[in-house]
Design a protein around this ligand. Structure first.
Ligand SMILES: NC(=O)c1ccc[n+]([C@@H]2O[C@H](COP(=O)([O-])OP(=O)(O)OC[C@H]3O[C@@H](n4cnc5c(N)ncnc54)[C@H](OP(=O)(O)O)[C@@H]3O)[C@@H](O)[C@H]2O)c1
Length: 257
């Protein structure tokens, strides 16, 4: 039996990964901050699918939280075969409306944690000659959208580069770039979603199914869903200035439009 470690497992996309991987018979290490919610999720997945679900409460915006997950990934007696770096969040507001502390917290969770956990996981996976890492980015990586988009652009670039460097090692890396998915994300970030057309919303379970297929196929960047594949094709042809205006308004009901 293989083991998958998922950060941000208790809600949204992370919870969809946990459901699907448990249904496929993988043991899980569930990582998030809310201990009660983690415990309930572990019990439910164990009871429903008969898998082992371990709980690791950690705040990935802190040194001790990142170090605790690194230690788990480094445990060669209970190896992790698949790491899903999924934990993430949005800040409310545009650049200069967001406090410097909140910007830096985002960089810690979206960049430092992803870098350190990918490195810890792949070191152990390389010694076994197999394993996989999915780093959850966003289509926001391809448009100008403040620190959020910039941090996700880092995730895509880093993952593609690392995947190339690890070529031939048996370890696969893939950046997953979802469009809008109905999760707790937007409410937590205080984002308005009224101006997002209904066709732009993706289902988390379908997204995860296609992400896992793409990983199996050896893709290094996954943009699930034909709608977003087409949209990202258009984005490449659109002038950056125009793109910045549209991107900065989408999902933001507050502040000057
Ligand atoms: N939803 C979208 O439209 C969308 C689109 C593109 C990309 N994404 C990306 O997808 C990923 C998952 O987002 P989601 O929409 O599923 O969000 P969500 O529903 O809000 O879930 C976020 C998960 O991350 C955990 N988390 C948040 N901050 C954490 C921290 N500091 N340390 C550890 N765990 C933390 C949360 O649990 P606790 O609060 O208990 O820690 C929760 O389990 C994020 O990286 C996001 O940027 C989302």
């Amino acid at each position: 039996m293989t083991t998958a470690l998922i950060t941000g497992s208790t809600a949204g996309i992370g919870a969809a990964f946990a459901r699907r991987l448990a249904a496929q018979g993988h043991n899980l290490v569930l990582v998030a901050r809310d201990t009660k919610r983690l415990g309930e999720q572990a019990t439910e997945l164990h009871d429903r699918h008969g898998i082992e679900a371990e709980v690791l409460a950690a705040d990935l915006s802190t040194e001790e939280g990142i170090a605790a997950v690194e230690r788990r990934l480094d445990d060669r007696t209970h190896p992790v075969d698949l790491l899903v770096n999924n934990a993430g969040f949005g800040n409310k507001g545009r650049y200069l409306e967001v406090s410097m502390a909140d910007e830096l917290t985002m960089l810690k969770v979206h960049i430092e944690a992803v870098l350190r956990l990918t490195s810890a996981a792949t070191a152990s996976m390389r010694s076994r000659g197999r394993g996989g890492v999915i780093n959850v980015a966003s289509v926001a990586a391809f448009v100008p959208r403040g620190t959020y988009g910039a941090s996700k652009a880092w995730v895509v670039q880093f993952t593609q580069g690392a995947a190339r460097d690890l070529g031939g090692s048996g370890v696969r890396l893939m950046a997953l770039c979802p469009g809008f998915v109905r999760t707790e994300f937007h409410e937590r970030a205080g984002m308005g979603t009224d101006n997002i057309p209904s066709w732009m919303w993706l289902d988390a379970d379908k997204l995860v199914a296609s992400a896992l297929d793409d990983l199996a196929r050896g893709k290094t960047v996954s943009i699930p869903d034909p709608r977003y594949k087409a949209l990202m094709g258009l984005v490449k042809l659109t002038p950056r200035g125009l793109l910045g205006g549209v991107s900065s308004r989408t999902g933001r009901k507050y502040g000057p439009q």
